[in-house]
Design a binder for this molecule. Structure first.
Ligand code: TRP
Ligand code: ZN
Length: 477
């Protein structure tokens, strides 16, 4: 028998075995994206994170972050490999279930940390990943041009995560669809503060460093996780109901922000009357220096403000605790469920506190007379709030103002009482969960079965351009 003939079947078998092994491995590797229509690389597939334990040390002088992330997760499929999102930073080691795991970086700028555990994780099994990393965390530039990620401030740093900035400072499943509990410990040079989400569980001096231990018991999306390091004046108090309030203010902003921050208990109480029980175990605010951030963000428990906030902005960010942080969008396409609601909260607040009624604001916007001070009057009609044209537009005016107009159109059809029930019910049904726009329209239809909402959805939520005039009151025969 010629040698080649004898070898042939062996070679074929080998190739088959390799091909099968390879396909099997690929089938059981978690996806490197969560399937978001606007941010396909954000998040990952194949597992669900239950808890993050982040142990961080930051040195403002050299801007260096040293971190350990212990991630407790549950496998949603067999996992021969899985991915975490982490941009920049040097990864020193990865362990899965206490054993060193192989890992490498993929994706633009290496923002996918692909981990291959010694033994595949079985579907349904819990597993713990420990990632040790260090480096100079990066600023992430949004598709809309704004800055997030790890921002160096005058005397420290500020982490802002919407939509994908969390990958700059800890490895994780960075998509709003995967919320988790957190324990965040931050060591900083003695004398500086480290402020984060949740409640401060401990503060100790270790060597020349102050160590702050923050605990977040309720589910949190990583885009509203934050750490602020620097000089802050800290005030701790409680609302009338006993909810802890932790406010940290840049020393230059104390006088300018005192009055509005003093109204946090009143705004939370109003939110509870309007939207139902406050979803978290503490409230507060972080006010950084005016040049330290470009915008406010509804970071969980305590929103970040770039300088002293006005009352409207405080109302907006506090309303996000219900709409965005507790009821969290399924994907970045559902952004109007955050911003339309937070904007409508501002309108409701004004209406109930001697300002314009929501109807008046709606009418001004519809007539094009609202924006003279902010932007051009047509911006609000640029695209439908339920379908932003691309990732750069998810923070555009249609998502905010026209999103609020969708809610106002619902209110016009249902009347105030049913509408109030819809706001509270929506916050209750999806409390600490995720929801998308289809969930919302279906919910509204269930709560007002006699009303035809089809034109509102077609024209206001999904329609291009400025909808035709609101139909006049139905005439009684
Ligand atoms: N959510 C923030 C607010 O309304 C604004 C914001 C910051 C934002 N970054 C964003 C909105 C990225 C969309 C995308 O207070
Ligand atoms: Zn907002």
């Amino acid at each position: 028998m010629p040698r080649s003939a004898a070898l042939f079947p062996v070679a074929v078998l080998l190739v088959c075995a390799l091909a099968a092994g390879d396909a099997g491995a690929r089938r059981s590797a978690g996806a490197t994206g969560a399937g978001d229509p606007y941010f396909p690389a954000a998040g990952n597939g194949g597992y669900d994170v239950l808890h993050y334990r982040l142990t961080l040390g930051y040195e403002p002088g050299v801007r260096r972050l040293v971190g350990e992330a212990e991630i407790e997760a549950r496998a949603e499929q067999d996992l021969s490999a899985f991915s975490l999102d982490l941009q920049g930073m040097r990864v020193g080691s990865v362990e899965v279930a206490g054993r060193a795991a192989r890992f490498h970086r993929e994706g633009g700028g290496g923002h996918e940390l692909v981990v291959r555990p010694r033994a595949a994780v079985r579907k349904g099994a819990g597993f713990t990943v420990v990632v040790r990393y260090s480096g100079l965390p990066e600023v992430v530039r949004d598709p809309d041009g704004s800055e997030e990620g790890w921002l160096v401030t005058e005397d420290g740093a500020l982490a802002l995560g919407e939509p994908v900035g969390a990958r700059a400072w800890f490895p994780g499943n960075h998509h709003p669809g995967d919320k988790a509990a957190y324990d965040i410990t931050v060591a900083v040079p003695a004398g500086l503060q480290a402020v984060s989400n949740g409640e401060l569980r401990g503060r100790t001096r270790e060597g020349g460093r102050d160590v702050f231990r923050w605990h977040v018991g309720e589910p949190m999306a990583s885009y509203v996780a934050t750490v602020a390091v620097g000089k802050f004046a800290v005030r701790r108090s409680r609302t009338g109901d006993g909810l802890p309030v932790y406010v940290a203010v840049d020393p230059g902003q104390i006088a300018a922000s005192a009055e509005v921050l003093g109204r946090i208990p009143e705004v939370v109480a109003w939110g509870e009357r309007t939207f139902g029980p406050y979803p978290f175990s503490s409230a507060g605010a972080i006010v950084v220096g005016e040049g330290d951030a470009e915008y406010a963000l509804e970071t969980q428990n305590r929103p970040v403000f770039p300088g002293a906030p006005g009352l409207e902005l405080l109302v907006h960010e506090v309303a996000h605790q219900w709409f965005g942080n507790s009821v969290t969008p399924e994907s970045w396409r559902d952004m109007w469920l955050n911003e339309g609601f937070a904007t409508y909260a501002e309108w409701l607040w004004a209406e109930e506190h001697g300002g314009d009624s929501a109807q008046e604001v709606f009418d001004l916007l519809y007539a094009g007379d609202y924006f003279e001070k902010k932007a051009d009057g047509d911006a609000v009609w640029a695209f439908p709030p339920g379908r932003p044209p691309n990732a750069a537009r998810i923070s555009g005016s249609p998502v905010y103002e026209r999103g609020a107009m969708v809610l106002h159109r619902i209110r016009e059809e249902t009347g105030d009482e049913v509408f109030r029930g819809i706001l509270r019910g929506w916050a209750a049904v999806h409390r600490h969960g995720n929801a998308d726009t289809d969930d919302f329209t279906a919910y509204v239809e269930r709560k007002a079965p006699g009303v035809d909402f089809s034109r509102i959805w077609a024209d206001w939520l999904y329609g291009e351009g400025r909808p035709a005039a609101v139909p006049a009151e139905k005439e009684t025969p």
